[in-house]
Design a protein around this ligand. Structure first.
Ligand code: PLP
Length: 453
C-alpha cells in the first residue's frame, strides 16, 4: 500500500461576527479626523507614520483625575512620570496643570530642570542615581527616594560634606495581593527591610525623612491593591511618629493606574475591563482617612500617574504599504508602522481603525510593520475591512511609553505633532534624518575609504 502523503493540520477559525478570543470587532466607523483635523491632511503635511497628541485630551483627563482625588482627600499633588512621555511639550502641559516632576535617571532629572521645574518639586526615583546626580539633587533640595541600602549609605556620606540636609523618602515594596509582586525596587515592608532603613535614617540624624513611597506595579487592575498599599504606608508613618515623634510630610503611592488599552490575553477590551479611575481614588482616600493617622497632620498624598493620563491622548497614523495572502490563506496587511515605534504592541492589542470609508465586508487579518524582521507584528489577528495600498489607519492609545521606548532601528523615528486646544498643529519633535544619526558616529582614519573597483 502506498504511504499516505502527510498533510499539515490547520485550524481555520470561523468568523460569525460574535465575540471570540480576539474580542469583538469594534472598528465600525472610520476615524477621519483627530480633534477636528483630518487624518489625511495630517499625513500629507507631516508624513506617515506620524504620532499625534491631543492637548485637549491630556488636560481633560488630568483635570478629571485630579478632581476625583481632591474631592475625596484634602491634600493632593501629582508628579508627572517623565519616562511615560518626556517630550518637553507634554511635560510642560502637566507642569502648567500643576504637576511636579517624577524622574528615574540623571538624564530625566536634567530634562526636568531644563524645563524649569524647581528642584524642590522634582521627585527622584530609580535604582541608578550616580554620586553626581545625588549631589545635584541634594543641592537643589529635591526629594530623593532611596531604592536600596547602598544608596542610603552613599547619601549618608554625602550629607557629611553637604550644606543642605538631604530630603529623603524610602521606596517601599510590599504584598498588595497582586502577583507577581514587584519586589526588586525599594525595601520590603513585610520582612522588615523598610522599617530597618527607616531606623537607620533616623539614627544618623543627617538626613531629613520627609516621605514614604511605593509604586506597586503598572496597569494595576485592582483598586484594592492601592487600599492595601495606602494602609501599609500609613502604618509606617504612624510607627515613625510613635517612635521618633517625627511627622511624615507625604505619602507617595506612585503610578500604575491602567489606561483603557486592550491587554493581550484579556477576553474583554480595555474599555469594558478597566475599573473607572474613581475606584482608585476612592480606595486610596478611604484607606488614608480611615487609618489612625492624626487628622490634624494628614500627609500630602502624591501620585505619579503615568499611562492613565496620556495613553488615550496619543494616536499613531499609518499607511498601508501592501497586502498579501499568507500560506494559510490568511490576509496580511503591511503597514508603515513597526514595533520599533510601537513598542507597546508587544503587550497590547492596540485598536486600529481605518481612516476612510470602508465596506461591510470584514476579514480576520494580520497586521505587519515595515521592518525586515519576523517579530514586526502589530496585530496577530484583527477583524478589519480590507484596506488598499495607500489607505490610512489610526492606531489608538499610544500616548504612554512609545515616544520614550521607541528605537531607531531600520527606519528613522517620525514626526510628532501636538494639536492644541485651538486646533493649531505644532511639530513637537522633528523626524530624524540620516545626517542626525551620522553626526553621532566617528569613523577611524583607516576606515574612511575603500576601493571596490
Ligand atoms: C514608571 C513609574 C511611574 C508611572 O507608572 P504608570 O504605570 O505609567 O502610571 C510612576 N512612578 C515610578 C517610580 C515609576 O517607575
Amino acid at each position: 500500500m502506498e504511504k499516505l502523503k502527510y498533510e499539515r493540520p490547520v485550524i481555520q477559525k470561523l468568523n460569525t461576527g460574535l465575540m471570540n478570543k480576539f474580542g469583538m470587532s469594534t472598528e465600525n466607523h472610520p476615524m477621519r479626523d483627530i480633534d477636528g483635523i483630518p487624518v489625511k491632511e495630517l499625513i500629507e503635511k507631516y508624513g506617515s507614520p506620524l504620532f499625534v497628541l491631543s492637548e485637549d485630551k491630556i488636560r481633560n483627563k488630568y483635570r478629571d483625575l485630579h478632581t476625583s482625588f481632591t474631592v475625596r482627600y484634602p491634600k493632593v499633588q501629582f508628579a508627572w512620570s517623565y519616562k511615560t512621555n518626556y517630550l518637553n511639550a507634554v511635560c510642560n502641559i502637566f507642569h502648567q496643570e500643576g504637576s511636579w516632576a517624577e524622574v528615574v535617571s540623571g538624564y530625566e532629572y536634567n530634562k526636568a530642570l531644563l524645563n524649569g521645574v524647581p528642584g524642590e518639586k522634582i521627585i527622584f526615583n530609580g535604582p541608578d542615581k550616580s554620586i553626581d546626580d545625588l549631589k545635584l539633587a541634594v543641592k537643589n533640595g529635591s526629594l530623593i527616594h532611596i531604592d536600596h541600602l547602598d544608596e542610603l549609605y552613599t547619601l549618608i556620606e554625602l550629607a557629611r560634606n553637604s550644606e543642605r540636609t538631604p530630603k529623603v523618602a524610602i521606596r517601599v515594596n510590599m504584598d498588595t495581593g497582586v502577583y507577581p509582586m514587584w519586589d526588586r525596587f525599594g525595601l520590603n515592608y513585610e520582612n522588615g527591610q523598610a522599617w530597618d532603613a527607616i531606623n537607620k535614617i533616623m539614627a544618623v540624624g543627617t538626613l531629613n525623612l520627609v516621605g514614604l513611597h511605593t509604586h506597586i506595579g503598572t496597569f494595576m487592575l485592582s483598586p484594592n491593591a492601592y487600599k492595601v498599599a495606602a494602609t501599609k504606608l500609613s502604618e509606617l508613618a504612624i510607627r515613625i511618629k510613635q517612635k521618633f515623634n517625627k511627622k511624615i510630610e507625604y505619602i507617595d503611592l506612585g503610578g500604575g493606574f491602567p489606561s483603557q488599552n486592550n491587554l493581550k490575553g484579556a477576553y474583554l477590551p480595555g474599555t469594558d475591563m478597566v475599573p473607572p479611575l474613581e475606584e482608585y481614588s476612592e480606595a486610596i482616600a478611604t484607606a488614608l482617612l480611615n487609618s489612625p493617622l492624626n487628622p490634624q497632620e494628614l500627609p500630602l498624598l502624591i501620585l505619579e500617574t503615568g499611562r492613565a493620563l496620556i495613553d488615550h491622548a496619543g494616536f499613531l497614523l499609518g499607511t498601508v504599504i501592501a497586502n498579501k495572502r499568507l500560506n494559510s490563506g490568511k490576509r496580511a496587511t503591511i503597514l508603515d508602522v513597526g514595533v520599533n515605534i510601537l513598542f507597546t504592541s508587544f503587550w497590547y492589542n492596540h485598536k486600529v481603525t481605518p481612516a476612510q470609508d470602508f465596506s461591510d465586508y470584514r476579514e480576520d487579518m494580520e497586521l505587519f510593520g515595515p521592518l525586515c524582521m519576523n517579530i514586526d507584528v502589530i496585530r496577530e489577528s484583527i477583524q478589519l475591512p480590507s484596506l488598499k495600498k495607500g489607505d490610512h489607519v489610526v492606531v489608538h492609545n499610544v500616548g504612554a511609553y512609545n515616544m520614550t521606548q521607541w528605537m531607531q532601528f531600520i527606519t528613522l523615528r517620525p514626526n510628532i505633532v501636538l494639536i492644541d486646544e485651538d486646533k493649531n498643529v505644532h511639530v513637537i519633535r522633528e523626524s530624524e534624518h540620516v545626517e542626525y544619526i551620522n553626526s553621532m558616529e566617528k569613523v577611524p582614519g583607516h576606515l574612511k575609504t575603500f576601493d571596490l573597483s
